[in-house]
Design a protein around this ligand. Structure first.
Ligand SMILES: [Zn+2]
Length: 1038
């Protein structure tokens, strides 16, 4: 493909190779009120450098590349907008306690005297009722509708809501239903308000309206204890004040008062993730989600649907915390709902959805707004008979270039509207011209360099041989451009212990040649020609090398390794070859050999729960950060596969992968018999996955708000440009927005994400994702358009970053306080004023408390000295680059009752809630969270199932050392293996399957994933946390 051409305004500056920014022209940098999260972690701003004007070349414009005829569009028809309703905001205009939150971590409402808590909870629970009107058959209008038009969820339940008086006295602090939007607020003749409120207490349809009422004279009960034997340790000990992971002011007592003889708060009466997930599936699964309407809330990530792009990016690419932004900064500050988008630019689309079109605007490059540089998209409005267009982002009026001119129809729409992806679709790609290339030269195809630690430890565990064997076949499967016969990616090989060995693999050689670099202080690449080779050309030499490596080092006694020089060597090799690429480093131990980046064992779990705990998540020195920056500047992405048998300082070793868009894998105490399959699956996925190199991402918005914060596996050299050496199909970047002005309700909030990158064939591309959101001055509109799963993604990533600079205790407090604020604001502005004291949750956010509690109980935020530092650091890095699907299942695992599986159905058995109570002695359960997978067998598991799955007669015969199931020819075995394969295919990481028996010693690790229960290492139960949040909300409202 031709890369020649010019544009008058160079889009990307190239003053510094690889670090160039987009050209400026993007709004002001007015300081924003900072009310969410953890304060000053912003990057220093450095202005983008000016680029160079290129002389024109004589190539004719490329013909348009798309030939899709079924382009459809129905964009932004105001008639399709979800109407907003006048919801009285009794407290608006007043000084709300919410407004005092600020960025201060010690918000004023935290001064609740802690000793009072138990007493307050007592008072609260004395009158607590758990209402169930929400799903009562008597009031069907309150039930989330299972029918109705799938694309207009806001109209469901569209009857005026009724208020049922609580059964207890009017002053009681119960949880009965109340109208989320007072019926009186609906003007006559107008459609009734959409259902925006949800009351705790949604349960099965046959449940009574009061699930729990305090028995007079009895101590209050807010918790329930798992009914179980005493062998699991943690649950039996009392709840300690300040136990790890406690929320602020956690009850010192109370939670553990519940005993078998006492009446418990019925867990079925509080919002259930399973129920919400299942209801969404029932309502929207298998349906078409057409993206033709501004601000549409997509189905949950757990619901399968087919997406049709009709002007907005698919939720597979972008998911938002809310699809309706508050119109003013004040309103945003009041509600404290973070405004964010989780962007996964390279998300894989299923085969039944149309792949992205590639558009060429010829030698002049993509058409862009002169002022804000936004790319041509459905948000541009053509005027004056098609001669000009108004930019949807900055309102600038631009001339339409003559070659792009087209007449308008009677609707003011271009006649070629449906023929051009950039006019009718939310996502598409542009071919980029030379101005978008480093040094204005077409890029070379990328390279993969495999770098294998051949020290004693890696050799002994059999890793080296395993890798070399696998690479022989894997090299045939390197990613390639569609229709290309073979991959353009070149490969190179390095082995190392405390010195590095490079290999000359030139196709003319009969044998590979080894060149040793023992001076690791100043790393250089001893050969240029023959290091990076084409797999096809050099196949015999490569195979020869891969056969020889395990033998060459079979008798090594070298136990020391270097690490930084290995990255430097790869980086230098890519620099010398003038290409981008990825290093695959297979490493075993803490790099203690004398060399740059040498590390010492500094693990110290005594720091946990102290002011210094944060140092465990900070790198040992700045060395790796500088190296990472260098890697990003030269488009060198680094993936690290760790095989440690002790502490390896994941925090420090993970810096480079996490800053370059790479991945980190960790196999503790790797054993070839049990872990080889897991590792190889990961390696295969990692090598073959769709990926873009030398990427720079910019998020543009319309006037009124802007992107202010970015979270993910990436690097920021200034405040606006996200730089990644490479980004693959699994990596998501979470972008937070703040107001810098008022948003116009008619225009809504518009987002354009542009990602410039080099594809696997070495072609420069621009991938564009557009999304139009609603905007409203009514809190109810905002709350009904929220997506809790995306909120948790943002909360997790920002909390995991905040622990670098703050004590974990503060970070946890901020999360709890913000949760209470969000819900209190809803209560204040959207729910009936007559229902003070009730816990009323917004329908779209009724899972916020349970998911938030899961986040608080995650390894990273727990602050328990029982947890290995490397494991916490590892999970922190994993979550940092996760998408919404990933964080949803990571924080609330999926628990499947295998004993209920239907061998004749394609479906999984319906999941159950992650709680001890849901387990059964006679059951078999599969639990997975995208990282871990367990198969748990109850003491009385059905012998028939055990026989079917393992071919052994009974529970006692189950071999728990297995990590995969035997392939047996019976329906149970087939169904079971198909479930596991399906789960593994759905996740970016392959999971090791751990088989556990009830009452085995190892069972403890399984139980800590039962996230609705009190944690083994600390952390409140869901019920306790919900009560605590309720108390906080009431505090805020008084
Ligand atoms: Zn513009």
């Amino acid at each position: 493909m031709s890369q020649q051409g010019y544009v008058a305004t160079p889009p990307y500056a190239q003053a510094k190779p690889g670090m160039g920014g987009y050209s400026t022209g993007f709004g002001s940098t007015t300081p924003q009120p900072h009310y969410v999260h953890y304060g000053g972690t912003g990057q220093p701003y450095s202005a983008a450098q000016a680029g160079h004007l290129k002389p024109p070349h004589g190539h004719p414009p490329d013909p348009s590349q798309f030939g899709q005829t079924n382009l459809q569009n129905g964009i932004y028809n105001p008639g399709n907008q979800i109407p907003s309703y006048a919801v009285p905001s009794p407290c608006s205009g007043q000084t709300s306690p919410l407004q005092s939150h600020g960025s201060n971590t010690q918000a004023n409402y935290q001064n609740v005297a802690q000793p009072l808590f138990t007493q307050q909870v007592t008072g609260q629970l004395d009158a607590m009722q758990i209402g169930d009107h929400g799903s009562s058959p008597v009031h069907p209008q309150n039930t989330p509708s299972l029918s109705g038009p799938p694309l207009r969820p806001s109209f469901q339940g569209s009857q005026p809501q009724q208020f049922l008086p609580p059964i207890s006295s009017p002053t009681s602090q119960g949880l009965p239903i109340a109208p989320a939007v007072p019926a009186a607020a609906v003007p006559p003749g107008m459609p009734p308000p959409p259902r925006v409120g949800m009351h705790v207490g949604l349960a099965g349809p046959n449940q009574g309206s009061v699930a729990y009422q305090q028995v007079p004279g009895q101590p209050p009960l807010i918790g329930y204890l798992p009914q179980q034997g005493g062998m699991y340790g943690g649950q039996q000990r009392g709840l300690q004040q300040n136990y790890p992971g406690a929320y602020p002011g956690a009850p010192a007592t109370g939670a553990q008062l519940a005993g078998p003889q006492q009446k418990k708060l019925d867990p079925d009466s509080i919002p259930s993730p399973i129920q919400v997930i299942e209801e969404d599936k029932l309502r929207r699964s298998g349906q078409l989600f057409v993206t033709n309407t501004k601000g549409q809330v997509p189905p949950l990530v757990t619901t399968n649907c087919v997406v049709q792009d009709q002007g907005n990016a698919s939720p597979r690419f972008i998911r938002c915390t809310t699809y309706c932004f508050p119109s003013t900064a004040d309103m945003a500050k009041q509600c404290q709902i973070p405004l964010a988008a989780v962007i996964k630019p390279f998300a894989i689309l299923p085969p039944n959805e149309a792949p992205l079109c590639v558009v060429s605007h010829g030698e002049s490059g993509p058409i862009r707004c002169n002022r804000c540089k936004a790319y041509m998209c459905p948000l541009m409005q053509f005027i004056e008979g098609g001669r000009r267009y108004q930019c949807g982002f900055c309102n600038c009026i631009n001339e339409v270039p003559p070659f792009y001119f087209q007449h308008l129809d009677h609707m003011g729409r271009r006649l070629d509207h449906y023929d051009k992806p950039e006019l009718s679709l939310g996502s598409y790609e542009f071919m980029a011209t030379l101005d978008y290339c480093k040094n204005s030269k077409p890029p070379n195809p990328p390279a993969f360099i495999f770098m294998i630690d051949v020290s004693y430890s890696n050799i002994k565990i059999g890793c080296v041989k395993l890798i070399c064997e696998e690479l022989k076949t894997l090299l045939d499967k390197l990613p390639r451009e569609d229709q290309a016969e073979s991959s353009a990616i070149r490969v190179g090989f390095v082995t190392y212990n405390k010195v590095l060995h490079f290999y000359n693999l030139k196709s003319s050689l009969a044998q590979p040649q080894m060149l040793v670099v023992s001076d690791v202080g100043e790393m250089f690449v001893p050969l240029l020609d023959g290091f990076l080779v084409d797999v096809q050309d050099s196949r015999p030499v490569i195979n020869n090398l891969l056969d020889q490596i395990p033998e060459m080092f079979a008798d090594t006694s070298e136990s020391e390794t270097v690490f930084a020089p290995v990255i430097q060597a790869g980086l230098e090799a890519l620099k010398a070859a003038e290409c981008s690429g990825k290093l695959f480093i297979f490493h075993s131990s803490l790099p203690t050999a004398e060399a740059p980046g040498k590390l010492r064992n500094r693990d110290d779990r005594k720091l946990v729960n102290t002011e210094k705990e944060k140092t465990l998540f900070q790198p040992q020195s700045n060395f790796y950060e500088t190296l990472a920056k260098d890697c990003v500047a030269n488009s060198c992405c680094v993936d690290v596969f760790l095989f440690p048998n002790q502490y390896v300082d994941v925090t420090t070793m993970g810096i480079v992968p996490m800053s370059t868009g790479g991945s980190l894998y960790k196999y503790n105490n790797f054993q070839i018999q049990t872990d080889a399959e897991l590792f190889l699956n990961n390696l295969r996925k990692d090598v073959q996955k769709p990926i873009g190199f030398d990427a720079i991402m910019r998020v543009r918005t319309n006037t009124g708000f802007r992107a202010t914060d970015f979270l993910g596996s990436m690097y920021m050299n200034n405040t606006t440009d996200v730089e990644v050496a490479a980004i693959d199909c699994d990596k998501a970047i979470t972008v937070e927005f703040k107001h810098d002005d008022k948003l116009n309700e008619e225009n809504g909030a518009l987002i354009q994400c542009a990602l410039l990158y080099t594809n696997v064939a070495g072609h420069r591309r621009l991938r564009i994702h557009n999304l139009a959101l609603n905007c409203s001055s009514q809190h109810a509109d905002l709350y009904k358009s929220c997506e809790t799963d995306a909120l948790i993604n943002l909360f997790a990533k920002s909390a995991y970053r905040a622990i670098l600079s703050q004590p974990l205790k503060n970070v946890r407090e901020i999360l709890v306080n913000q949760t209470a604020h969000i819900l209190a604001c809803y209560r204040k502005n959207c729910a009936s004023p007559s229902s003070a004291g009730q816990l009323i949750l917004p329908e779209a956010m009724k899972l916020l408390p349970v998911y938030m509690n899961c986040l608080l109980k995650s390894y990273v935020l727990l602050g328990s000295p029982d947890l290995p530092t490397d494991e916490r650091a590892f999970q922190r890095l994993l979550v940092t680059c996760m998408d919404v699907v990933g964080t949803q299942s990571f924080f609330y695992p999926r628990l499947l009752p295998i004993h209920k599986m239907d061998v004749n159905s394609e479906e999984f058995p319906a999941a159950v809630r992650c709680s001890e109570e849901r387990l059964a002695d006679g059951g078999i359960f599969l639990l997975e969270n995208g990282v871990n997978m367990f198969l748990w067998f109850g003491l009385n598991s059905q012998p028939e199932l055990i026989q079917g799955i393992f071919n052994v007669p009974s529970f006692a015969h189950i071999n728990t050392d297995l990590t995969s199931l035997p392939e047996l020819d019976n329906p149970y075995s087939k169904k079971m293996r198909s479930i596991i394969t399906n789960i593994r295919n759905q996740n970016p990481y392959s999971m090791k399957m751990i088989i556990l028996k009830q009452k085995d010693k190892a069972e403890g690790i399984f139980r800590q994933f039962l996230v609705e229960d009190k944690g083994l290492h600390g952390g409140a139960s869901y019920v306790d946390f919900l009560c605590y949040v309720h108390k906080e909300i009431r505090q805020l409202l008084t």
